[in-house]
Design a protein. Structure first.
Length: 718
């Protein structure tokens, strides 16, 4: 089965070169690459010229993702069409993993996991979406219930790691060209499912998405122009959600997402991440997007494209790197971070082998693809041992443990053949205890020669495709226990228990108590977002942030929110421990601001005019009498907070009232557009009937006579 990889690009010459170079390391050999270039004004043409003999190039005259993808589909000559962004790097087994899904003829689309710009956190894994286009989290129970025709919610993929049968794309008319960006691949997944095919979200087939700046987001990944996102959200929801929901329910369903975007923009503007002009532009474009999305959702039918049959003769296999012998996976452990990748390692990768370098990071955990080599940079982080949190582990042992677990993580996807450490470097100390890994120290020879010599020496110890099972071997636990006993002064039983937990891959690698306590000073929105990243190792969805932020605003303590998140089905499926909750002192008591919210909630129950009068009274106290009147005003109001906080909370209530009025206006607009749509549908049906039956009232017959409006005349005309 042949695959056509489609890359849609616009003004990203450098990252496009990186994406094309990474495809040379694919283990699959039966695929072609089609690059659809938009109206790029940078060096994209020069990059395409570099790969002219390896790829096929098409063009799209406008910045429109769905139209660009339809151009790529029309050019594709493979049975499967896979999409990847021009700022994404696929792992070597990406295409082979996707192909395994299509061994089932019922599968119409498949995609894998997506890491965010760090390479460690997940941006996407199996996610279901409702017919409003809103993500509903991970699938629960049988996945088949999300892939049946008409499913709501249904299983969706992420556009930077999505593939479909070309025949399915032809049947649905390709991507909806009304959607220039956002929810385009979600809409295709829904229509493929409604055709009767299944969508598969794989646990492998990984892609690393770097999320580079674009015409819609800046270098900090902040959305500057929400028009496409909001317009297409309204369009998608009204087009697909009204089959099972009223118009009011559709608008109420997508309202939290829009409100969250507005609140987030205000938060960014308040903290200086958006200028006043950018914030005003954001709100203007958001209102325009709502108006346009409402109109298109009611009055604009789906914009399909007629896709021609494939031209099989145009298939041009993309050249990949193939080693002379078996393909090997090497892990090089470097305790001291190197400023750049040694040329000898890039030479090993250029021979067709898979090369990983594990080293230290000055800031966060991240994975990058540099000169054909996967570089894993790990931040220093004490490994969490439940019940032994006071255990003091020296830095070399801690680093060796972190490197060992990263090698195990690599081994889960692609079996590691050889672990190599620098001479005198203790980074491979723990890897050397695991009999699954052939571990050796490099000699003083050049790295490439040293690897060759070490491979020959350790060939008898290399075990290919050994599953990662059970846990560490008993001998390994014993040896590490001896090491811990010497380093930390633990007794034999305590050292053995600590060693078993430190080596267990299911044991938490994070001290949740220490990490969570560092989040307590953050704003509610940042607290919820960072807590999701900490617990689930992924970016939170907009709906999740909006839900838990609303809980905090409603008076819930942060302790309660943490418990709610750890009790979700996702947390339970990941077996996230909960014993650490009691170890953070801040978790066991409510913050002062939560008690303030309780007092403020009583105030806002008052009539709005009285709230405003109280606010004005306190303001006058500040300007005239100073602290004495301020204390008197606070005593009258019985609020344990500052006037500034009181004013802010009342201002929030005013904003809520304004938002309610605004959404009432949009509801009225939707009702008017719905009437307009019904009138248009009636006109279309009458025009179609008159075209079929020329003697209907108001349409002249061939003899120039007008048909009668009597039932008999209509019957005769029929």
């Amino acid at each position: 089965m042949r695959i056509s990889v489609v890359i849609n690009t616009y003004n990203r010459a450098a990252s496009l070169r990186q994406t094309l170079a990474s495809l040379r390391h694919q283990t699959c050999r039966n695929f072609e690459v089609i690059v659809v270039n938009g109206p790029s004004a940078d060096d994209t043409d020069a990059v395409l010229a570099e790969f002219a003999t390896s790829i096929r190039v098409a063009s799209c005259p406008e910045v429109h993702l769905s139209r660009s993808r339809n151009v790529g589909i029309a050019e594709a000559s493979g049975e499967i069409v896979a999409f990847i962004d021009d700022d994404a790097i696929p792992e070597p087994s990406w295409l082979d993993d996707l192909l395994t899904a299509y061994e089932d003829p019922r599968v119409g689309g498949a995609g894998g996991i997506v890491y965010d710009h760090t390479g460690f956190r997940l941006q996407y894994e199996a996610t279901v979406y409702n017919r409003l286009g809103i993500g509903c989290g991970r699938p629960v129970g049988f996945v088949e219930q999300y892939t049946r025709p008409g499913a709501d919610p249904f299983l969706g993929l992420l556009g930077t790691n999505a593939s479909f049968r070309r025949d399915c794309l032809v049947q649905i008319g390709g991507f909806d060209e009304e959607i220039e960006y956002y929810l385009d691949e979600t809409e295709v997944c829904m229509r493929v499912i409604d055709l009767g095919f299944a969508i598969r979200a794989l646990a492998n087939a990984a892609v690393h998405h770097k999320c580079l700046p674009s015409n819609r987001r800046n270098e900090k990944r902040l959305v500057l122009d929400p028009f496409a996102v909001v317009k297409n959200l309204f369009y998608f929801a009204l087009q697909n959600g009204r089959q099972t929901r009223s118009v009011g329910a559709v608008l109420d369903g997508i309202r939290p997402v829009v409100e969250h975007m507005k609140a987030d923009a205000s938060f960014r503007a308040h903290h200086g991440e958006l200028s006043a002009a950018q914030h005003e532009f954001f709100l203007h474009r958001l209102r325009l997007a709502i108006e346009t999305g409402l109109s298109r959702g009611f009055l604009q039918p789906r914009r399909c494209r007629d896709i021609p049959p494939p031209e099989r003769a145009k298939f041009r296999p993309f050249p990949v790197l193939s080693p002379a012998g078996p393909r090997r996976t090497f892990c090089f452990l470097a305790g001291a971070p190197a400023p750049e990748i040694p040329g000898a390692l890039t030479a090993v990768a250029a021979r067709g082998h898979e090369v990983h370098v594990v080293t230290r990071s000055p800031d966060i955990n991240r994975v990058d693809f540099e000169a054909g080599v996967w570089v894993h940079r790990l931040a220093e982080n004490d490994r969490c041992v439940p019940g032994l949190r006071s255990l003091a582990i020296t830095a070399p042992v801690r680093q060796a443990l972190a490197f060992y677990h990263e090698v195990c993580r690599i081994h889960q996807g692609r079996p590691v053949d050889l672990v190599v450490t620098a001479p005198g470097d203790g980074s491979g100390l723990v890897c050397g205890l695991d009999q699954r890994f052939a571990t050796a120290a490099c000699s003083e020879h050049p790295v490439e020669q040293s690897v060759t010599e070490t491979l020959e020496e350790y060939e008898h110890r290399i075990v290919r495709h050994e599953p990662l099972s059970g846990g560490p071997q008993a001998g390994m636990i014993t040896e590490l226990a001896i090491l811990l006993s010497n380093e930390a002064g633990l007794g034999p039983a305590q050292a053995r228990d600590a060693a078993a937990k430190l080596l267990d891959p299911t044991c938490s690698a994070i001290d949740y108590a220490a990490a969570a306590s560092k989040l307590w000073h953050l704003s509610p929105k940042a607290f919820v977002a960072e807590l999701h990243r900490l617990l689930f190792n992924r970016e939170p969805m907009r709906g999740e942030v909006a839900h838990y932020t609303a809980r905090l605003a409603g008076g819930a303590s942060r302790c309660e929110v943490v418990r709610l998140i750890t009790e979700t089905e996702e947390a339970q499926s990941l077996q996230i421990p909960t014993d650490w909750l009691a170890e953070v002192p801040a978790l066991t008591r409510k913050s002062a601001c939560s008690s303030m919210r309780g007092s403020v909630s009583k105030i806002v129950l008052l009539p709005l005019k009285r709230c405003l009068a109280l606010c004005r009274r306190v303001a006058r106290s500040l300007s005239s009498c100073g602290r004495r009147c301020l204390r008197a005003a606070l005593q009258i109001l019985r609020l344990p907070a500052t006037v500034r906080k009181l004013h802010a909370d009342i201002h929030k209530e005013l904003e809520k009232a304004v938002r309610a009025q605004e959404w009432a206006f949009w509801h009225n607009q939707a009702a008017l557009l719905q009437i307009q749509q019904l009138l248009q549908d009636r006109d279309r049906s009458e025009d179609g009937a008159r075209a079929r039956y020329p003697l209907l009232p108001g349409r002249a017959n061939p003899a120039g006579e007008v048909g009668r409006s009597t039932p008999t005349g209509n019957k005769l005309a029929g």
